[in-house]
Design a protein around this ligand. Structure first.
Ligand code: GDP
Length: 234
C-alpha cells in the first residue's frame, strides 16, 4: 500500500519571511505622495516608470483602498476635493525622493448625479488612458462584491482585454469583504475569478485589513518586475 505523504505545514520562518516581505511592500507604498493632477490625457507628464491605475465605480471603496494601502489618511481623498473629482491624479512611489512607480487614481464612474455628457466625456478619457498610456503596467479594479461587476466594469474589462493579452497585469479587489460572511466571500471570489479571465481577484477590507498585505505584495511585485530599485530590499 502506498504511504501517504505527511501534510505540508508552513514553517515558522516561511511565515516570518512572508510577513517581512509584506511589511516591506507596505513600507514602500507608504512613500506615496501627490505628483500631479490632470483634467485631460495630454496634460499628463510622460513617465518612464511603471504606472498602476486604480479604477472603479463611484463608492466601490477606491479612495479607502488607496489610503489603506499607502497608510495615509488623506491621499486619495484629495481626488475627491471639489474641482478634482473628474481629474486623473498621480501619486509617486519610491524612497528617498526616487520615483520607482506611479499610482494613478482614475475618477470613479457610474455616479448617477453626474450629467450624461460629463459621464461620456469621462468614459472616453478613461478608455483612452487605459488603451494608450505607454507605461501602464497594471490595472486594479475596485468592486463591491455585494453588487458584483456592473456593465461599466465589464465595458472597461473589454477595453483593456487586448492589453491584458499582451501582458498588462490586472487585479480585481473585492472591497468591503467584512460585510460578507465566509461563504459569501468564497462565492464572490470564485465568480470574480471566472470573470477576470487572465487577471487576478482578491478579497479586501480596509476595516479588518483582510487582503491588505496580499494586495501590497502584488503592487510591489509589479513595480519591482519593471524597476529594480523598487524590487530590492527595504
Ligand atoms: P470611492 O468612491 O470608490 O472612492 O469609495 P470610498 O473609499 O469613498 O468608500 C465608499 C464607502 O464605502 C464609504 O462609506 C466607506 O467608508 C465605505 N468603505 C470603504 N472601504 C470599506 C471597507 O473595507 N469596509 C466597509 N465596511 N466599508 C468600506
Amino acid at each position: 500500500m502506498p504511504v501517504k505523504p505527511p501534510p505540508v505545514r508552513p514553517r515558522t520562518h516561511d511565515l516570518a519571511a512572508a510577513s517581512a516581505a509584506g511589511r516591506a511592500a507596505l513600507g514602500w507604498l507608504h512613500t506615496a505622495r501627490f505628483l500631479t493632477t490632470a483634467a485631460q490625457l495630454h496634460q499628463l507628464p510622460p513617465l518612464d516608470v511603471p504606472e498602476i491605475a486604480f479604477v472603479g465605480r463611484s463608492n466601490a471603496g477606491k479612495s479607502t483602498a488607496i489610503n489603506t494601502l499607502t497608510q495615509q489618511t488623506q491621499l486619495a481623498f484629495a481626488s475627491k476635493k471639489p474641482g478634482r473629482t473628474q481629474h486623473i491624479n498621480l501619486f509617486a512611489l519610491g524612497r528617498q525622493g526616487q520615483m520607482d512607480a506611479v499610482l494613478t487614481d482614475l475618477p470613479g464612474y457610474g455616479y448617477a448625479a453626474v450629467p450624461q455628457a460629463d459621464k461620456q466625456r469621462w468614459q472616453r478619457v478613461m478608455a483612452n488612458y487605459l488603451v494608450t498610456r505607454p507605461n501602464l503596467t497594471g490595472v486594479v479594479m475596485l468592486c463591491d462584491p455585494r453588487h458584483g461587476l456592473k456593465e461599466l466594469d465589464e465595458t472597461l474589462l473589454e477595453v483593456i482585454r487586448p492589453r491584458v493579452e499582451q501582458g498588462l497585469q490586472f487585479l480585481v479587489l473585492l472591497t468591503k469583504a467584512d460585510k460578507l460572511n465566509r461563504g459569501e466571500q468564497a462565492k464572490a471570489l470564485s465568480i470574480a475569478r471566472l470573470q477576470v479571465g487572465g487577471g487576478e481577484a482578491m478579497l479586501f477590507s480596509a476595516h479588518t485589513r483582510q487582503g491588505v498585505e496580499q494586495a501590497a505584495l502584488w503592487l510591489r511585485a509589479l513595480a519591482g518586475a519593471a524597476s529594480p530599485s523598487a524590487g530590492g530590499q527595504g
